[in-house]
Ligand binder design. Structure first.
Ligand code: DGJ
Length: 707
């Protein structure tokens, strides 16, 4: 059949697909002002000597049968047969910027359905469905989405991490072979956030061409950036299946998770802004379109020590500080006095709450706040009534003993009885109490996840989605937070069913600066839980000023994670101040455009948000360690209106800045800090403003207001 070329376009980037006889993406890059299908012939490749006698396309399914010797998109077999399919296009349907391509291999008895959507924000969504057309099962070993990138995308960036240190960026120059991220932890994980960014060498926040991709999936995954020996490059992403885990019966279809990808010619800022805009218009759905309320979460304040009278006192203090949503964390249910017991026993601890939860809830509501509660439904403690009654409800392979994690086991929610039990208990909790918000935790990894003798990691992830979906449909007025030990389950698929992430169990402002910046590449501030913790952080024992902690939590969904009753007056005044500052600016922070600024000194992190109408800009400068240079480089502001004039104001700063005549590290402050200053947007973006010399572990907030 004749080759046919289709273009999906957005104002930012385009994708050109050759549809016949095999589907192949031949272009994914900046928007083309003109495109004529005839032009695409220019890319027909030569056939090099010394290798195969035909051209080998990197097709949409990246089949090895075309002579692709790299990582194929599909691996599997039918009891040893039909293991190298080649798909031929049989149908193409286009609606606007969405394409559905159907292709088949009649020999192997497989049908492939590919959905490709280019959103107006410049975000490409791709997924494949594989259908088994024969009567015997087809065993799926791997099933991936593959996207080609330009040959000049030589740098690769990804995130490594761990519990209390998530989203740590790292880079490699990739000239040959592959860079692979593999996650086998059974949840999205703290360690291997499912995303890759690749681009021109040295791409930065504001410079270079960047292709970014994120797999929307909350289980095991594999992502790969590969360079073929002929120099072509591609990104590949897939849910990772354990041996024997995935088999397709006749007419059954398996879908890959959605791969979300975006190309930007404006560096990482452009990529992030496209993803943020896409999420805001397509995925993030708050129960009510209302400002994100200030939280107080009890965990780091009282841990398991629950006394309703004291909790009500905490609520009163919280209210006085400006808190709008009060959340009772772990420790409220039967027998839960430490983390050694009780998961699964989702009944109220009547010893701790003899009058029930209701009086506390009413008190919180009476104070004018929303009420939230913590749960960890997917877990079971060996020391629990549930385990004693149903030891066989553990997610485990028969005849092996399960390893504990945080002294707990995983409940096998692929079992209908266990699923129904949870549904009933959660429905009791959410139906019988006036609850507005649920913090949904998940504190351990899956090891040998199984049902009978078969692996069941994928099924467990899907059952988790089903459970949450069912609860959301029963209780549509409730908002959910994806917590997972802080940062362990953050991805776009879970974001289709939750409203906030607990970004990390680490509230140390220094660490949070890096973690939150990392998270900002793919997520906007309104879904990033960012709390002011105690003066001494429980994760690191570091101590930070309230100003540094407050400003660090500002560019997120702000909360307090502490006991306001026993905090001293200065601390309390700080909580009140930052809650008020957040309320004053949250509209801009949660709807504006986010910018990360390239600075020559890695010890200085600068980020900002500019309102959609460019009337207001807010920038924080965080000094993480001793600066490398005596003076900080000027801040070249981003995102302002070049033709407008802006008043520059120092909105918040460490106390130390204003001692004596100058600051602690300065004899003289930059003039704009002491004398009101107005400058043009163009000047501020091209020339910038001088920054004060800041102490390590401190921050300032600068405002730009159009005059
Ligand atoms: C881990 C969470 O990340 C914390 O915020 C807290 O909810 C604890 N679990 C409670 O066990």
């Amino acid at each position: 059949m004749e080759a046919c070329y289709l273009r999906l376009e957005s104002a930012i980037n385009d994708v050109v697909i050759k549809t016949h006889p095999f589907a192949e993406i031949i272009y994914w890059g900046p928007h083309l002002s003109h495109f004529s299908p005839g032009d695409a012939q220019s890319l027909s490749r030569p056939v090099a000597n010394g290798r195969l006698d035909v051209d080998s396309p990197v097709t949409l399914m990246a089949e090895s049968g075309h002579g692709l010797f790299g990582s194929p998109g599909l691996e599997g077999h039918r009891d040893g047969l039909d293991g190298s399919p080649i798909f031929t296009t049989v149908n193409v349907q286009r609606t606007g910027q969405s394409l559905t391509l159907t292709s088949e291999d009649e020999v192997a008895g497989l049908r492939l359905t590919s959905e490709i959507i280019l959103d107006a924000c410049g975000v490409l969504q791709v997924r494949h469905g594989l259908t088994n057309l024969f009567t015997t099962a087809w065993q799926v070993n791997r099933f991936a989405v593959t996207l080609p990138v330009a040959e000049y995308a030589r740098d690769v960036m990804a995130f490594h991490g761990r519990w209390i240190r998530e989203f740590q960026p790292h880079r490699v120059r990739l000239e040959h072979d592959s860079f692979v991220i593999e996650n086998r932890r059974g949840r999205t994980s703290h360690e291997h956030f499912p995303a890759l960014m690749t681009g021109t060498p040295g791409f930065s926040e504001s410079q270079g061409s960047v292709w970014g991709a994120h797999l929307g999936w909350s289980g095991n995954h594999r992502l790969r950036a590969e360079v073929k020996t002929d120099g072509r490059r591609y990104l590949q992403a897939e849910a990772l299946y354990l041996p024997g885990e995935m088999a397709l019966a006749e007419d059954e279809t398996l879908w890959t998770p959605w791969l979300y990808a975006s190309h930007s010619s404006r560096g990482l800022n452009g990529m992030s802004q496209q993803f943020h805009q896409f999420l805001r218009s397509n995925i993030i759905k708050f129960v009510q379109d209302k400002p994100r309320p200030v939280h107080l979460n009890t965990w780091e304040g009282i841990y398991f020590d629950h006394d309703p009278a004291y909790i009500m006192k905490m609520a009163e203090e919280a209210k006085a500080l400006g808190v709008e949503r009060f959340i009772i964390d772990d420790g409220w249910f039967k027998g839960r006095n430490d983390d050694f017991a009780a998961l699964g026993d989702w009944y109220l601890d009547e010893g701790k709450y003899p009058q029930g939860l209701q009086p506390v809830i009413e008190h919180v509501k009476g104070l004018g706040m929303e009420f939230g509660i913590w749960v960890e439904p997917e877990m079971i403690s060996p020391n629990s009534d549930l385990y004693r009654a149903h030891p066989d409800w553990v997610l485990a392979l028969d005849d092996y003993s399960q390893i504990l994690g945080r002294h707990q086991l995983v409940l096998n929610i692929t079992l209908p009885e266990a699923f129904d039990y949870l549904l009933e208990r959660m429905s009791w909790l959410l139906g019988e109490h006036n609850i507005d918000y649920v913090k949904w935790d998940m504190n351990r990894e899956l090891v040998q996840p199984g049902h009978g003798r078969r692996a069941a990691a994928d099924a467990q992830t899907r059952a988790f989605y089903r459970l949450l979906d069912t609860l959301r449909s029963r209780f549509p007025h409730i908002e959910f937070e994806s917590c997972s030990a802080g940062g362990g389950r953050i991805d776009y698929e879970v974001l289709t069913r939750c409203h906030r992430f607990w970004a990390s169990d680490n509230n140390d402002a220094l660490e949070r600066n890096i973690i939150q910046r990392g998270m900002s590449y793919f997520f906007p501030p309104e879904v990033m839980g960012a709390h002011i913790g105690n003066h001494q952080c429980h994760a690191t024992y570091r101590q930070h000023s309230i100003e540094f902690r407050g400003l660090t939590a500002l560019f997120g969904h702000l909360g307090l994670e502490l006991d306001p009753v026993n905090a001293d007056a200065k601390e309390r005044e700080g909580y009140r101040h930052y809650a008020a500052l957040y309320k004053q600016w949250r509209e801009v922070i949660h709807t504006g455009t986010q910018w990360r600024i390239d600075m020559p000194d890695a010890t200085t992190l600068v980020q900002g948000i500019v309102s959609q109408d460019k009337r207001q800009g807010l920038f924080t400068v965080s000094q993480l360690a001793m600066p490398d240079y005596t003076l900080l480089a000027p801040l070249r502001v981003a995102g302002l209106d070049a033709g407008a004039r802006y008043r520059i104001t120092l909105l918040d700063h460490p106390n130390i800045l204003i001692t004596d005549e100058g600051g602690h590290t300065m004899r003289q402050l930059p003039a704009w800090m002491t004398t009101p200053h107005i400058a043009s947007g163009e000047w501020l973006m091209q020339a910038g403003i001088s920054l004060p010399v800041l102490d390590p572990e401190s921050a300032i907030l600068i405002g730009f207001e159009r005059v």
